[in-house]
Design a protein around this ligand. Structure first.
Ligand SMILES: C[S@@+](CC[C@H](N)C(=O)[O-])C[C@H]1O[C@@H](n2cnc3c(N)ncnc32)[C@H](O)[C@@H]1O
Length: 247
């Protein structure tokens, strides 16, 4: 497993400034500390029923996009401990797909948790996915494809400093006929969560996320996930789902 010092080296190699690195390392340290309990934390935030609902919401656009049940290359961006990644993989398998599932995360602790679930763990930064994949093959000996049929991301976008760059980065590794499914936190006013959860943004409104996405993807569908809430430290926040395609 790589450590935080190696992460700093890799971040420099990717061209980040010292200021960017400081922000990203804050995320690494926070999420390394959470990695072992992350599955339980997600369950506490959402409850089992909402987790299953979210998995269904991710599966639906994949299923309607890919009518032929063959190989499917799936990348989860900011995958964490793989709570959703592993469930999506298992459900796709149960439906007759042959999924190859990769989880990209900046936190070495989360990568460890992903590997334990049999998910290929890719160290990387969400706004430089392609470049991160190259580093994995050069320094970590990992053979990762640079195009995916599906890119998913759950509860992570509010941790990414520059969401528009992340959308461009996702677009750059998505096959032309692929689909990206993002589950994100709706805009809320709870400033306390910035510090407690290392949230960089207090979520996004549907209009805000749609306008970022339209700068990158021609086909954008963003909606509120009715009845799905994340309950954190006495606060309740809603979620949105974005389905993004090129054709
Ligand atoms: C709130 S967790 C969500 C994890 C998982 N997707 C889930 O739903 O449980 C956010 C994840 O994004 C990762 N992360 C934060 N900033 C990142 C970045 N710039 N690039 C890649 N991963 C990042 C963190 O390490 C963490 O695992």
């Amino acid at each position: 497993m790589i450590d935080v010092d190696q992460v700093r080296v890799l971040l420099k190699e990717l061209g980040y400034t010292e200021e960017d690195i400081a922000i990203l390392i804050e995320q690494v340290e926070h999420f390394d500390g959470e990695a072992r309990e992350r599955d339980a934390i997600v369950e506490e935030y959402l409850g089992k029923e909402c987790i299953e609902r979210i998995v269904g919401e991710i599966i639906a656009p994949i299923n309607s996009r890919f009518r032929v049940k063959g190989e499917l290359f799936v990348l989860d961006v900011g995958a964490g401990s793989g709570t959703f990644t592993s469930r999506v993989r298992d459900m796709l398998t149960g439906m007759g797909f042959n999924p190859y599932v990769y989880g990209l995360d900046i936190s070495p602790g989360m990568l460890d948790a992903l590997s334990r679930k049999g998910i290929v763990a890719v160290w990387g930064v969400a706004d430089r996915i392609k470049e991160s994949i190259r580093l994995n093959s050069r320094y970590l000996g990992l053979d990762v494809p640079d195009r995916f049929d599906v890119v998913m991301s759950t509860l992570a976008f509010h941790h990414f400093p520059d969401p528009l760059s992340v959308l461009r980065s996702i677009h750059s590794v998505l096959r032309i006929d692929g689909v990206a499914v993002i589950i994100g936190v709706l805009r809320h006013g709870y400033e306390a969560l910035r510090d407690e959860l290392k949230d960089v943004h207090l979520g996004f409104s549907v209009d805000e996320f749609s306008s970022y996405a339209r700068e990158v993807f021609p086909l954008v569908d963003v909606e509120v996930l009715d009845g799905v809430y994340c309950r954190v430290s006495g606060y309740e926040v809603g979620l949105f789902k974005a389905v993004l395609r090129t054709i």
